[in-house]
Ligand binder design. Sequence first.
Ligand SMILES: [Zn+2]
Length: 247
Amino acid sequence: MERDLYRIDDLLLRSAVWAALATALFAAGLVVVGLARGAPPSGADPGLAMLLRFALPLSMAVSASVGLLVAGIAMRRREKRSHAVWRLLEQNLELYVPDLVANSDLGREDVERTVRRLNNRGQGLWVWDRASDRVRDGRLESSYLHVEKCDVCHASISVRVPASLREIPGCPYCGDPIGIEHLRELKRDALAALREERGPKVARAPAAKRTRPFSLPLFLLLLVAFWPAAVVYAWWQWQGADCERPG
Ligand SMILES: [Zn+2]
């Protein structure tokens, strides 16, 4: 499976460390040069005077380190939340989004992002049913449950019900809607069958080709020229990046 050589959040955090090291070296170099030159006419501390002379580039270097660090941490946290959503989707095949949001630290935007990325990558098809606010495996949209007996009048029937349970038809004999408990049971079986199917298939599914490959030279160029542009570039790339399979 085609994989990125590095993860973008890793790259940002590593860049932050390098930027901090470079900043420290730069500052140390300035102090050494200042001391070598000796005290300025004003009589101020020679090392400090040199640092103050280069206050602007120094503060830019410091802000770059901090900015990269903050962006890297934010991205890593989001990446972790994406993995959590992915794991839940794989386990359940259907999620009621308000329940998920209420009972976890995950937000609606985490679900949105994960669904978008999985679909972009070709990791199955996840459908967000806006009417019921559920995200479900696309195969549930096209599968049917077969009901053979009416719970109300006990007649033998043959009714197909969409596995999404979006519409529940009535019994052709008594007209009552098919019992929801019975349908849920059938759906549990259908979900179990789909889960069985999913495992090996996903492992073999080829990753969709990246439409915008990450360019390390471009990132470094932006980093040197104007670091916020590098952060924006990394962020933009990450939004469209593949998810790595959660462990
Ligand atoms: Zn009936």
